[in-house]
Design a protein around this ligand. Structure first.
Ligand code: DI6
Ligand code: FE
Length: 420
């Protein structure tokens, strides 16, 4: 076993192994580990230990079986019996924007609807104006603060969408900010959501805007800014025909797609997205049987966003029982954005997914780890096993079901990110 650990050099081609310095070994011991490594169950290891080599897990198991590491171990950490889980994955956020929409929140509490406010020129468009007015450094500082809060709450990988720039340069700025955030430690996947809303300069010309987005996408992609492509398919946003053009462009670039679908009405978005083998369909409160069948056939993840459901005082529940019955994987994310989900606690979303959407605690925690990673097309994280990324969250809790039980106060003691 020691030999194996000595020679473990993840991710390097064979010729490089001899020349490269051995990655640093760290040992994490005396933890109650929830691996989530099997398809069901928490995968609990009562008194567990993990050995990491650089950014990867080299060994995981009961501490009593821990191999002798000798000088190979550079650091040992006694976690004092704390709970250790895979780092949480927040697979749907709109983290980069200027301003806030607290005033609209007050208007909605007085009876205005989200759609009324959007049609009157508020909503997404007001955030677009604030985002365009902010410098790239200011956007970075704002988003970095939000990312730190997510990380302090257990998140080690986050998806970040554009969608508040809505011009070639403003979208590129937001994506650059997201890429820059990815160099601060937390894993970042970027998504172009240029087809989020119609910018004012394209008023009455939605098809022209979609044509422009299809022209811009290859250029953002060539600049290395885009990992996936999203759109908002809704009567207040874009039609299935318009989204289809965006998806066809994404497909021609080899980029995976995902969709804000059936959030406010059943627009047939999920079926369209499934035809493009979408990674996920997101929101889904108004999802019908045909959409579920299409998602099942395509292996598309159902991304549930209880923060937006709560904040919009929605009453239509996503069809969780039918999704479960169909075997569609369910994920849970914050949907952090200033208009419909201004939260930075993924643990709180796990709680709401159970109380409001009736997920089991295990489903909700899987939703924020292994299934969220799947929704990003990432097979190297979300569960703890040899060769996976060494991204952990350490909790002042005894059992992982408590991630769903406590709400509104942080129990996360630390996040541990790969080699950092
Ligand atoms: N659905 C949402 O919940 C967010 N975007 C979307 O397409 C809301 C965006 C906003 O209101 O700013
Ligand atoms: Fe969203």
């Amino acid at each position: 076993m020691t030999d194996f650990l000595e020679s473990f050099t993840p991710g390097l081609p064979e010729q490089a192994v001899a020349a490269a310095p051995a990655p640093a070994r760290r040992v994490w011991r005396h933890a109650r580990v929830a691996t989530l490594a099997d398809t069901t169950g928490w995968g609990l290891i009562e008194r567990g230990a993990i050995v990491t080599a650089g950014a990867r897990i080299a060994w995981i198991g009961p501490e009593s079986d821990l191999p002798a590491l000798g000088k190979a171990a550079v650091e040992e950490h006694d976690l004092g019996g704390a709970l250790l889980t895979p780092g949480l994955v927040d697979a749907h956020t709109h983290l980069v924007y200027g301003g806030d929409r607290a005033h609209e929140f007050e208007l909605r509490l007085q009876g205005a609807s989200y759609e009324d406010i959007a049609r009157a020129g508020g909503g997404i468009r007001s955030t677009v104006a604030a985002t365009r007015a902010a410098s790239e450094d200011a956007l970075f500082a704002l988003a970095a603060g939000r990312l730190k809060t997510l990380r302090d709450g257990g998140v080690t990988t986050v998806e970040i969408k554009s969608g508040y720039g809505l011009s070639f340069e403003d979208e590129a700025r937001c994506l650059r900010v997201a890429r820059r955030l990815g160099r601060t430690g937390v894993g970042v996947r970027t998504t172009s959501l240029a087809a989020h809303a119609l910018p004012p300069e394209f008023e009455g010309r939605a098809d022209d805007y979609i044509a422009a987005v299809c022209d811009w996408l290859p250029m953002w992609h060539a600049q290395g800014l885009v990992d996936a492509v999203d759109a908002f398919c809704e009567r207040i946003a874009f039609s299935t025909a318009q989204v289809e053009r965006v998806f066809a462009t994404a497909q021609s670039l080899g980029l995976p797609v995902k969709l804000h679908a059936e959030q406010l009405s059943d627009s047939g978005g999920a079926e369209l997205a499934a035809r493009f083998q979408a990674l996920s369909c997101d929101h889904l409160e108004y999802l019908g049987a045909a959409g579920i069948a299409a998602m099942r056939a395509a292996g598309t993840v159902a991304m549930l966003l209880p923060g937006a459901y709560h904040f919009l005082r929605e009453t239509q529940l996503p069809p969780v029982a039918a999704l479960r019955e169909a075997g569609v994987a369910m994920a849970v994310s914050t949907d952090h954005n200033p208009g419909t989900s201004p939260t930075l606690s993924l643990a709180l979303m796990i709680h709401l997914a159970c109380v409001d959407f009736r997920l089991t605690p295990e489903e909700a925690v899987r939703g924020a780890t292994v299934n969220a990673a799947r929704a990003l097309g990432l097979a190297d994280r979300g569960a703890l096993a040899v060769d996976r990324r060494a991204d952990f969250a350490v909790w002042d809790l005894e059992h992982p079901r408590e991630l769903a039980y406590w709400f509104g106060h942080p129990a996360c003691r630390a996040t541990i990110l790969g080699a950092t």
